[in-house]
Every structure is written in C-alpha cells, then in structure tokens.
Design a protein around this ligand. Sequence first.
Ligand code: DGY
Length: 417
Amino acid sequence: MTMTDDALDADARAILTGNDKGGYTIPTEGLYPFQWNWDSAFAAWGFSTFDADRAWTELDTLFSAQWDTGMVPHIIFHKEDDGYFPGPDVWGTGTTPASSGISQPPVTAILARLIHERTGDTERLRALYPHMLAFHRWWRDWRCVNGVACVTHPWESGRDNCPDWDPGMANVDTSGVGDYQRRDTGHVDASMRPGKEDYDRYLAIVYYGREHGWDQAKILHEGPFLMADPAIQFILIRANRDLAAIAELLGEDPSEPRAMADEIEAALPEIWNEELQAYCARDMKTGEFAKAISSGAALGLLAGVENAAMEQKLGAMWDRVTYGIPSNDPAADSFDPRRYWRGPTWPVVNALIAVGLSSAGRTTEEARLRRETAELIRNGGFFEYFDPIDGTACGGDRFTWTAAIWLAWASPNAGEA
Ligand code: DGY
C-alpha cells in the first residue's frame, strides 16, 4: 500500500507530535529516548512547517541545557530511561539537567535562520542569538585547532562509525573498558549498527572525559581522540555566515561570527587530501588522513566551497548509487551499504547538501537529490537511514528527523530548501 504525499505529510506531522515529550522531541521511541542536539534542530525545522511556536520551543529547550562554557551537549537526559546506554551515570557530568559531556554538529544557526524565514518570528530569534553566539565561540575555543574544526569523540561528529574516524579509532586503548551491556542492538538489527570494537572505543573515550572531570583543555590537548571533521568544518563556515546574517537582521554586530567563518575557511588547506583530491577527515595527533571520501566532503556545498577536482569525485560517488548521497564512497573497501555511517544515505545530510545547492542556484542537482530522497521515504517509510543501492530502510522507524526533512524539504508540498 502506498501512501499519497498528503497522507505522508500528515503521518510526518504525527511522528513529530508523537515523539514530542513536552518541549523537546526524542529522535525515536526505544533506540534514542532523550533529547539529541542536532536531531532537535532538525525537528524544529519540521515543526516550523505547521507549528511555529513549537519550532522555537524545541530550540529554547535545547539551549536551556547549554553549559556555562557555551557548549550545547549532544544528549540531554531530561527524564530517566534505562533503555539507553551509556546513560547519565556513565557520563557523570554532574549538570542539571543531566547531559553528556560532548557536543554535536552546530547546525542550529543554519536552521534557525531557515525557520525564521518561514515563520518571521524575529523576537524568538533575538532571544536565541546570544546563545548561538556562545555556542560558536565554544567551538572556536575548544574544538578548533588553528581554525581546523575537530571532534574529540566520533559521536561528536554525529557520523559515529564513518570510516572517517578509523585512523583515530585505531589508536584508542580499550584495555580499561571492561564489561557493559549495549542497548541499541536490542532495538534495531545489529548488522545496521556499529560493531563491538567501535563501541569499546566509544566508551574508552567517554571514560577518559569523565575521569578528567570533562576538563576541555585536557581533552583537547591530551585526550585519546582528536580528528579534524570536514563536515563540521563546512557546517561551522555556513553556521557562522548565517549567524552574521542573523546579527545584521537583529541590528547586532556581525563582525565576530564573520571573523570565525573566515578563520575556519582559511584553514581548509589543512584538511586537503592531495591523494584523494578531496577535503578529508584527518587525525590531528598523527597527521594521517582518512582513506576514503565521505559525505562530509559533500557538505562543502553547504559552505559555498567550490572545488572542481572534489566535485568530480563526489559526482562519481553519487552516480555509483541509485539514491544519493552515500555516507561513504561505494568504491572504497570500507563501504558497507547498511551499516550506519559506513555507506547508507541519510535524508538529514541530503537536506543540508540541498540547502547548499539551493544557495548556489544549482537547481537541477537539488531537484535530483530531493526526488531520490522522497522516493526512499515513499517506498520505505520514515526510517533513520537507507541503503543507497536498493533503498532498504534501515535503523530506527518513525524517526523524527526523517519526518522533519520530509516536511521541510523532501515533500513536494515543502517548497524550496
Ligand atoms: C548512539 O548512541 O548511537 C548515538 O549516536 C550516540 O549519541
């Protein structure tokens, strides 16, 4: 039984309201029972298509958990739920509300600007502005090394088990990890999730942060994992430019966000991988580059970074699959079409790429990406991610950000990104 696009719109709205726990949405029931940072920003974009007030509330709730340092944590544990591991006791950050000790891709300014374009709610945007600026300063001070945007944990990238992180992960010592009980594989097919070797390392990095009281200087300079993330590099360039545009609209001084964008853009040569002819993840401890191009490079479009050699590579990567954009190069040995970030296509990344394509006036590619993403959702439902070759729906079902992306971008009723 196939649903009409109008029925899909209604179902997507029902997913957002169904996953609403009162001021914040969970990504999906079971697998992710708390508020996640970038998931929430996309949820807000989805809400903005039918409930402007609820859209801004989602962002307000997210920023209400902002640390004094400016960091917005990747998970906020508003209510207890023992269906998830690692929970607040494992993170041990001691914050109220309880939260994890790392962040996630800073897409809020990009989406707040798009939400404002839809809703025109300038006072809600004004209230968020200082919080978004503090968040960007935190990225500058605690995650950028001479302008190169880094992550201190693969979870901070939001692209957990992407081959981008393989060089840094290989050097994480797991000898102190001990036994633990994963919960994710009780909710979804284990072959679509990160493997045990990955999980051991994820935990070893969390334990390091906890043992050092989440001391950011320590984590940045001496922690077990530090890798340049091309996706966040590009997201920060765009997010700072959008924040500067927001500042202008509000009558604030745009020079600081503009300077942050320029500094990060100027550092791009540091992550240029001559061998792959692309911007790539890079281990900041050893200088080693990732071995394959990921969809992180495709986010160059979001930042308005044009590079003919890389575009050719990305185009070939897209042409090798039925449904773009694959999270990892299908020609790479590490490609695995259903395992999370090692190959599947993610509607949420496609939407960000489309925002860049629209800004650049590249309407044909934008339309192709929208058509392919819409087809995945029509055929497979509102799943977390999809096999880019045969379209098999993967991961969690009735997923907030996929529903949000449908409403705000992929649905023929959505209007342009
Ligand atoms: C998970 O638990 O898989 C998340 O991606 C970490 O935030």
